[in-house]
Design a protein around this ligand. Structure first.
Ligand code: PMV
Length: 336
């Protein structure tokens, strides 16, 4: 029996990924750029069980998440991901997966990025694979697109690519910034990002314009990031988020992720800018909003939006890392 435990953190995209070129390989229509956070990690242990299933049987994996059995849909998604790892490793044994998301689930952060990044690292090691960061990013992408970026620390640039090899995230340097997470509504999103992305591509008349404008925004963001031009990074962050939500809102039937309270946070960012702070808002596929700001302005931003939701100031965090690896016969190989 061998097992590995890994930890990974969520990320927030400043230039978003929204739309796939290839659903089975999870190739995105465009590249994206995010910040891996220093809060709310997922820690996951994968234990490979010494049971070889009969040829016709599917390996019987199990998945406990925050001390409960995962729902059938989440278990199925995990098993499909483990099938990818097993195919790479040439190993048909099942696995027992135990995972914990830290921090309040009420933070409203998508846990799929940290979850699939931690699972990719833990599962690859437990099944005896030693992947470098780029290969881990490619693997994590197969579980959840945004997880490709949680493999690397700080700013992560995900190259869209046109095939499996070309589509991975790498770390890039950039200025020290903070995000103020404003949770206006806790709880699950109404339409999953997978379903909403497909509907946007298939029905939104603005989808092609979204793809073209994101390619341009990404190129500008990479330049601004390298130059430490925080004002320009902020402007691109907010306009890219609003363009994504506009393309989503134009779907048939329409999807609106932003709530009145979310819009109030965008208004607060505008007021803060008028008062001289660096404050630009962004939101993923849900009502919660993050404000990009400087370390110096972060407290002021958090107090301005304090009445609109619960706030948390976060900064750049580490990439996915192994916490513990045990190989047969239960020898401790790595601890961190
Ligand atoms: O990979 P998913 O299904 O978590 O999709 C991520 C979609 C957004 O969070 C809205 C944008 C992004 O780039 O993270």
């Amino acid at each position: 029996m061998s097992s590995a435990t890994a930890r990974a953190y969520p990320n927030i995209a400043l230039v978003k990924y929204w739309g796939k070129r290839d659903e089975s390989l999870m190739l995105p229509a465009t590249g994206s750029l995010s910040m891996t956070l220093d809060a709310f990690p997922t820690t996951t242990t994968v234990e490979v069980l010494d049971r070889i299933p009969a040829d016709a049987d599917r390996p019987a994996d199990s998945f406990r998440l925050n001390d409960e059995d995962a729902s059938p849909a989440v278990l199925e998604r995990t098993r499909r991901f483990l099938d990818v790892v097993r195919a790479l490793a040439g190993d048909r044994r099942p696995a027992a997966v135990v995972s914990r998301n830290e921090g309040p689930t009420a933070a409203g952060l998508a846990s799929s990025a940290s979850g699939l990044a931690a699972l990719a690292l833990a599962a690859s090691r437990a099944y005896g694979l030693a992947l470098d960061a780029a290969d881990l990013s490619r693997l994590a992408r197969r579980g959840s697109g945004s997880a490709a970026r949680s493999i690397v620390p700080g700013y992560a640039l995900w190259h869209a690519g046109t095939d499996d090899a070309g589509s991975y995230a790498e770390h890039i340097e950039g200025p020290d910034l903070r995000l103020v997470i404003v949770t206006v509504h806790a709880g699950a999103k109404r339409v999953s990002s997978r379903v909403a992305m497909r509907r946007t591509r298939e029905t939104s008349p603005y989808y092609d314009a979204w793809v073209r404008s994101t390619e341009q925004s990404l190129a500008e963001m990479v330049t601004a990031c390298a130059a430490g031009d925080v004002e320009r990074m902020g402007r691109i962050t907010e306009s890219n988020a609003l363009r994504m939500h506009a393309a989503i809102a134009a779907c048939e039937p329409p999807i609106r992720y932003l709530a009145p309270a979310s819009v109030a946070v965008f208004d607060a960012a505008e007021r803060l800018r008028a008062a001289g702070a660096l404050a630009y808002a962004t939101a993923d596929a849900g009502p919660n909003v993050c404000i990009l700001t400087t370390p110096a302005d972060a407290e002021r931003v958090a107090s301005e939006v304090g009445a609109l939701g619960t706030t948390r100031i976060v900064g750049p965090g580490p990439g996915a890392a192994l916490v513990d690896v045990r190989t047969e016969p239960d020898a401790l190989e790595v601890t961190a």
